[in-house]
Ligand binder design. Sequence first.
Ligand SMILES: Cc1cc2nc3c(=O)[nH]c(=O)nc-3n(C[C@H](O)[C@H](O)[C@H](O)COP(=O)(O)OP(=O)(O)OC[C@H]3O[C@@H](n4cnc5c(N)ncnc54)[C@H](O)[C@@H]3O)c2cc1C
Length: 456
Amino acid sequence: MKYDVVIIGAGPGGIYAAYELMQKNSDLKVAVFEAGNTLERRKCPIDGDKVPTCIHCKTCAIMNGFGGAGAFSDGKYNITNDFGGTLYEYIGRDKANKLMEYVDDINMENGGEGTKMYSTAGSKFKTICMQNGLTLLNARVRHLGTDVNYIVLQNLLEKLSKKVDFFFNTPIETIEALDDGYRVHHKNGVDEAKYCIVSVGRSGSKWMEKVCKDLDIETTSNRVDIGVRVEIPSEIFEHITDELYEGKITYRTKKFEDKVRTFCMNPHGIVVNENTNGIVTVNGHSFEDEKMKTNNTNFALLVAKHFSEPFKDSNGYGESIVRLSNMLGGGVILQRFGDLERGRRSTQKRIDEGTVRPTLKATPGDLSLVLPKRILDGIVEMIYALDKIAPGMANDDTLLYGVEVKFYNMEVKLDETLQPANHRNLYIIGDGSGVTHSLSHASASGVYVADEILEK
Ligand SMILES: Cc1cc2nc3c(=O)[nH]c(=O)nc-3n(C[C@H](O)[C@H](O)[C@H](O)COP(=O)(O)OP(=O)(O)OC[C@H]3O[C@@H](n4cnc5c(N)ncnc54)[C@H](O)[C@@H]3O)c2cc1C
């Protein structure tokens, strides 16, 4: 066989697996196949001018390519078992924490030094949240910022390229199990290796389902999180973001006892479009560079929806809601909270008259025509709950962008070494496995399986 290890996907899972293999045994022959482009060629054509909205490129420059979905992310590196995935259920809390710390050290050696680590430990906001029916989750978070995150990736790619064979724009079509290894099929032919690491992230979720079917690997799927991205003047949340950078806050609604949570907080950031499998959702970024900072803070409010039998297609449900918003708004819909509460659509005039300047050009409209009542009620309840700890949150001019959806990959049934029971030496990691949903957990899962392979 030409390779010892074949890695599918160059997102955080694939990158840190390759980095660990390269650092610990430079004799190993490792190949990484990636559906998207190398880092510097990743350019989203949307320029807000000639190309105002998504033109559905063959591979999405935001989601695919070296760095994966995290390449242009805000680079919030959370060291916690409270959210971001369930890696700890497989490998133990201690080990998961140690591996996240280990990857943080790698990032610091590769351009991340000097970035700030925030922590909820000893924060007064824990009590304030509790007193108002909210829960602040425990975490330490390193804020790399979109700019420093990119530099770290550049440095890792430079080092890796000396030892590892990269094949960009080369999606793996199928994985074939051999007697003592795996054969991967791609547009240029086939390659074989004894060990195969699959780390295809959220964008590879449909493909992953097919692989599991082909290789008879068990899966489950029943969750999707649906909601909006909120944009407010940064002063409203400054007392929290200055101390914690990101407050991960959860709330249990009174009406339906659903769980609503804040997600991906971007102080002084911007709201952006995100293209997932051809549908346009909303997301957010922020920057370390002072010059790039805005006057607004944005974050998502998401309601978790778990389905029970016989319905299995939770992602399909989320996609249908996004499609509806895309149909009505031609992309993302924007509404003032005051308009939502008065039961009327937002218009460009009302947005222009408001005090919050939107950082994303989106279509003024009515989110109540898109979001199911149960989800919308949950979001409104949470806005009023947050208003108690951050007065101003429920102002009329608070902006809501929809739809934001957090798709969960189906969960692949894996053992404690992240291998399916019926295929040895096949490791399924990162967001594509359903085990992780974050940079830190995905990266840690990569290091973990690399160490397993090195031991073998
Ligand atoms: C806009 C945005 C902002 C985010 N911000 C944060 C944040 O601040 N903090 C945080 O913790 N998380 C954040 N996340 C989530 C985080 O990026 C992901 O959890 C993480 O990237 C998952 O890593 P991964 O390696 O599992 O998958 P991905 O990063 O999705 O990488 C998978 C790679 O596999 C490739 N691929 C897919 N199918 C194939 C195939 N068949 N053959 C070859 N290659 C294939 C894809 O092109 C992709 O590059 C953000 C996500 C987005 C989209």
